[in-house]
Design a protein around this ligand. Sequence first.
Ligand code: IVH
Length: 671
Amino acid sequence: MSSKTATPAERAAELRRILDYHLYRYHVLDDPEVSDAEYDRLFDELVALEEANPDLVTPDSPTQRAGAEPSAEFAKSEHLSPMGSLEKVTDENGLRKWADDVRKRLDSDEPVAYVTEPKIDGSAVSLVYENGAFVRGATRGDGIRGEDVSPNLRTIGAIPLRMQLAEGEVPSSVLEVRGEIYLPLSGFRALNERLAAEGKKTAPNPRNAAAGSLRQKNPQITASRPLSIWVHGLGHREGVDFEGHFEALEWLRSRGFRTNPFAGRHESIEEVAEVCREWERRRVELDYEIDGIVIKVDSLAQQRRLGSLHQRPRWARAYKWAPLTAQTKLLNIHIRVGRTGNLNPWAQLEPVEVGGVTISTATLHNEEDINRKDIRKGDLVIVQRAGDVIPQIVGPAGPHKRGTKRFRMPAKCPLCEAEVVKPEGEAMHRCPNRACPSRGLETLIHWVMAAMDIEGVGEQFVRGFWKEGLLRSMPDLYRITAEQLREYEGFGEISAAKAVDAIQRSKEQPFLRVLYGLNIPQVGWVTAQNLARHFGSVDRLISASQEEIQEVEGIGPDRAEAIAEWFSDEENRRLVEELRDLGLTFEAGEAERPVEGPLTGKTYVITGTLERWSREEARAALEAKGAKVGDSVSKKTAGLVVGEEPGSKLEKAKRVGVELLDEKAFERLIA
Ligand code: IVH
């Protein structure tokens, strides 16, 4: 059926089917077939069609997801079958005792199989489908009656408004689908950042944030939160039946519902125990919080025989773990001065075990953030390990001790004593001294790791030899000999020779890397690349005027001035000459020529730390597809790749409406 010959009604139905399918690929299979732009194009076509033909609008049309008006109150909604809750066990003994009890109650030698599922720390909902269409959904409430939050649920793309039916299948007349609404950790952090920036109260954890988002009176607000769902069972059902719970989960998945991929079926309680052990370790890998494993007897016939007690099924248990948060004392707030002079505060904590890992430090972002969270040296604080390895301080665990003071950034740089500045509108304090030793050290680290990418020579190497006084500048690096290295612990004949060889080989790195490594103010990777392409050699760049530099793509007056100033500095010129004499590349070559690819003409920006990619690798991957990688976000940015602990670029991207890509989306983009 083509759009040219189809009637509007036919085309609208076709578009709905296509859009539903793409939402399913995106949210349920996590494997989209089309770009967001293509999806938007189809969506816009349907909107236009429905606007021209209002009688074609159906309640289950994808256009109706965010359309509802704010409501004053949620109506009460009675569940067709009660929503129970789970009895918990906290260790393997409890688990085995329960399995024994199940066996006794079944009173026979028949085998018992179990299904394990992550226990999602979110907000329980029941969704009602009539003849395959979503008609309403409610929170758990007291298990008998919940609140009808249908308009909000409709905004969640992962909830199908229509079930996917098999060829010729007659849908169940009434079906209750049960699941857990949750907020991914990345979304939780972004939400809290936004709330804090707007001066609003932040959410203490993802569960509260999800529950709060679900109970918004204005569905537009719910729509702005990246909520999702894991479906984990059925309530009342007509016309469908299953032998086992696992089979029901598979059926739900095939009908378009998002079921958790880590659900499994096991023949013995020992296998179940193994799963609980495994996920206690692995839970930090997930982008959502789980607080345990739910274990269910698989056979529905056995479930019926076991029954429930006070709305708690005897056929299921929640194996709950200790939370990923802990309390400890904030011993001190230290400052580390970065390569560009930023003063980065970090927390020294009394060591505490959180989810199996001992934590003694945590990142703090800046003065404002510390005071917004109201944490002070000497406080008992709540620390949280969530999803990533870098622990966060959530806030104080109680009232401040007498005599504690609000945190203030030092007025002087802790290393060089220069007066600290805080540029208007920026969150970070900076040391303005370009000769500050920390910058020398951080520049060297930047040189070996980011710019030259010298194998086996990293931060530890630089810090160690900086301390020894062997390494104070980039040229020093190229004068280090294997004999010198061998005098230090950790270096043998082979490793010393290898390190020196890697250092020497880095002389072959292209001009743009050298430029990037020089740590010229406001010269990130893209600017270095544009400068290298435009001028072709360092000599031409040195002799260029500010006006000539300004002709380079993406360089405004401020940046041009900073670059011209850097190259006019006597000491900097000496550095360039010295590096050139040592054999580093100061002429543009093959590497500076742009690549043609599917992303040619698009510029992406990266913020925060990705889990599986270094900045360098991510950049190289984008460039290999023809994209440019920019330093700052603007309206023209095609997308912002957002890692852990994103910076202010994220706020800007949201303000100007730039597409956000998490690590998965980034990987899809370059795949
Ligand atoms: S099954 C009879 N499966 O945990 C209750 N619940 O008290 C059957 N939860 O309110 C619930 N993940 O909202 C089930 N995979 C999962 C779950 C899960 C989270 C929640 C559920 C319930 C609470 C248990």
